[in-house]
Design a protein around this ligand. Structure first.
Ligand code: ADP
Ligand code: VHF
Length: 266
């Protein structure tokens, strides 16, 4: 029997990668590296879209909080990206895996020639059993951090763009919450998890609020946009909690986890 959902893209947000102190959450990073390595050993192809550069960099630079000035955000991203890749290289290395860093701007996707080159790079890496780790190129492209006209908006959207580009079978967005609720559970205690969404409509967006912590960006609004793009391109999308990366095993076994946004045309 062939492997279902062979190629998966996993996106992990700042709120999962860092702790309350703004420092790297080493336990989660290690768990994530172990589970993704294991899933690759089971015959799947894995791509990781990882946020956290700005928050981790700000912490390493001893800034009192996440910077608001653009130049400081870009500086923090340069420091934090380096730290994150160091940690990923170390943790994935423990499980005998090689990782590669890909940093993207919107132009890299918009221009056809660049897009093709980029897809070829991803395919070459996957063919070699390497795990690509993707982030926005924040230190170069301020538009991705701030502009209204940004294509990615944030890493949720970037993960959907990468999923489409790589013709992934599944996108998993790991956040600091179990999935998509009928209201933001941080504000409404009685909010209920929605386990399956067949179609994302205006009413769905009405249920989604912004970021839940000072570390996160975009909240459920951007996750819905990402799910909309991915599902429109035939890619199932799951939003679930990244605190327990082991749930990825259940996802690969097609068990019910978090919220499934069903691919269109299925
Ligand atoms: N309808 C909703 N269901 C679940 N979470 C929601 C909803 N609306 C807003 N949120 C908020 O979205 C947050 C997750 O997004 P975000 O803070 O950007 O994290 P990440 O770093 O994972 O992208 C949750 O902690 C929650 O407070
Ligand atoms: N590219 C930025 C992350 C932006 C972003 O989308 O953050 P998040 O909502 O935590 O996924 C960084 O690495 O800090």
């Amino acid at each position: 029997m062939g492997i279902k959902r062979k190629r998966i893209v996993v996106k992990v947000g700042t709120s999962t990668l860092t702790n309350e102190m703004g420092k790297s959450n080493l336990r989660t990073l290690d768990h994530l590296a172990r589970v993704l390595s294991d899933i690759q050993n089971m015959g799947h192809e894995v791509l990781l879209v990882s946020s956290g550069a700005i928050a981790v960099g700000a912490n390493k630079m001893h800034l009192p909080e996440k910077p608001s000035q653009m130049r400081m955000k870009q500086a923090a991203a340069a420091v934090g990206q380096c730290e994150n890749m160091f940690l990923y290289d170390k943790f994935f290395g423990e499980y005998d895996k090689t990782v590669a860093q890909i940093l993207l701007n919107a132009e890299d996707i918009e221009q056809e020639v660049k897009r093709e080159n980029l897809a070829n790079t991803f395919f070459a890496l996957l063919e070699q059993g390497i795990i690509p780790i993707v982030n926005e190129n924040d230190s170069v492209s301020y538009t991705e951090i701030e502009s209204e006209e940004k294509l990615f908006g944030d890493n949720d959207m970037l993960s959907a763009v990468v999923s489409v580009l790589c013709q992934a079978d599944l996108l998993v967005i790991l956040s600091d919450i179990e999935g998509f609720y009928d209201a933001d559970p941080r504000l409404f205690r009685n909010a209920r998890l929605i386990s399956r969404i067949e179609e994302i409509t205006k009413e769905t967006y009405d249920l989604a609020g912004g970021a839940g912590s000072r570390r996160g960006t975009g909240g459920m609004q951007t996750k819905l946009k990402a799910a909309e793009l991915a599902t429109a391109n035939g890619i199932d999308t799951i939003v679930t909690n990244g605190a327990h990366p082991e749930s990825l095993y259940d996802i690969m076994d097609e068990k019910k986890v978090g919220t499934l946004f069903v691919a269109r045309g299925k």
